[in-house]
Design a binder for this molecule. Structure first.
Ligand code: ATP
Ligand code: MG
Length: 321
């Protein structure tokens, strides 16, 4: 069963269409990433599912119930974006507060607070005031709050925002732990690399529309591409390679050859060899989610489905890894 099932969802804020006919399903036990630029509609989507914001039209179901159903709220956790937990609370007192809201008695809360702080690596700082916490610690405490009541589904709105690389890695590991416990995790982010590293499936949202969904592997495997550098002084025979049916893009240093299904890079390498053009470097350049994202954004801006030159530029600009 789909834990989240959204169809033709629309949300208008006055004349602004924040969501335009969004359709999305999230299966149980996944880490699902919703990726999009600022203002794309990611937070609006989460808020509708949680019943914080009312939808304009369409359907949004969570755990088989219409979004906003009170009983479902007990079964979900939520880390809002830009949360500001009061600095006078300690980690422990904040979790006591949430535990009381969930109706837990004191012995249960004490036990669960110790467990939760341990899971997020804050055991030693649980009695310190939140105002003394780093940004990463605040986010980890926020995540502890989100899973404190043992929910089936957890919504995290920008969980790694403002957190340094070490802290981000810790948060990714934490999400993997929560997933291993059988929970479904829905993550909003505008950070491409985060989504790429932590999610099983991804939806890319642009200006209130889902423009692509799939696994990270599916999304990044769409195009096979090689970046070729010839020995100094050699000129890449662009016209001849194009004449063989390959798509060729050049930047200052490299020539990028894109393969269509059925094409092999060997054809190009054989041609170069027959012309005595010596190779300095050939590397397969996998598209990152960033390339896909930039490409989709550009397509959406142009209102076209044709692949743009942006991908070639993004590939050219990418580090070698
Ligand atoms: N309460 C509101 N009233 C009016 N407009 C709103 C409201 N909340 C959001 N919007 C608008 O809806 C659009 C989507 O906003 P939303 O916060 O969902 O984007 P987002 O993808 O979460 O962005 P970010 O990455 O910056 O958090 C934006 O144009 C925003 O200005
Ligand atoms: Mg947001």
């Amino acid at each position: 069963m789909a834990v989240i099932d959204v169809s033709n969802l629309q949300k208008d804020y006055g004349s602004l269409q924040a969501l335009k006919s969004v359709t999305l399903q999230v299966d149980s036990g996944q880490i699902y990433g919703l990726l999009g630029q600022n203002g794309a509609g990611k937070s609006t989507m989460i808020k509708i599912l949680l019943g914080i914001v009312r939808l304009t039209s369409g359907e949004a179901n969570l755990l088989g119930f219409p979004a906003g159903t009170i009983e479902v709220r007990k079964r979900v956790g939520y880390l809002p974006e830009d949360h500001a937990f009061p600095g006078y609370h300690t980690g422990e007192s904040l979790l006591h507060f949430y535990g009381e809201l969930y109706g837990m008695n004191r012995p249960d809360r004490v036990k669960r607070i110790a467990e939760s702080l341990d899971i997020v690596g804050l055991s030693k700082r649980g009695s310190s005031k939140i105002k003394t916490y780093s940004k990463g610690m605040k986010q980890r405490l926020g995540i502890a709050q989100s899973f404190f009541h043992d929910p089936e589904v957890i919504f995290l709105d920008e969980p790694t925002d403002g957190v340094d690389p070490v802290g981000r890695k810790e948060i990714r590991e934490l999400l993997a732990t929560l997933k291993d416990e059988g929970r479904t995790i829905f993550v909003n982010s505008h950070l491409l690399q985060e989504i790429e590293l932590m999610c099983d499936r991804v939806a890319i949202m642009h200006k209130g529309e889902i423009v692509r969904t799939g696994t990270v592997a599916e999304l990044t495997k769409t195009v096979e591409r090689f970046s070729i550098t010839l020995a100094p002084g050699a000129d890449f025979p662009v016209a001849e390679v194009k004449a063989l049916g390959f798509k060729v893009e050049r930047d200052d240093e490299e020539t990028h050859v894109e393969l269509k299904p059925g094409q092999s890079i060997d054809t190009v390498l054989d041609l170069l060899s027959s012309k005595n053009l010596r190779l300095r470097n050939v590397r397969e350049s996998k598209q990152t989610l960033e390339d896909i994202f930039m490409d989709l954004v550009e397509q959406a801006e142009r209102g076209s489905t044709k692949r743009g030159v942006r991908v070639a530029r993004a590939v050219g600009a990418r580090r070698d890894d």
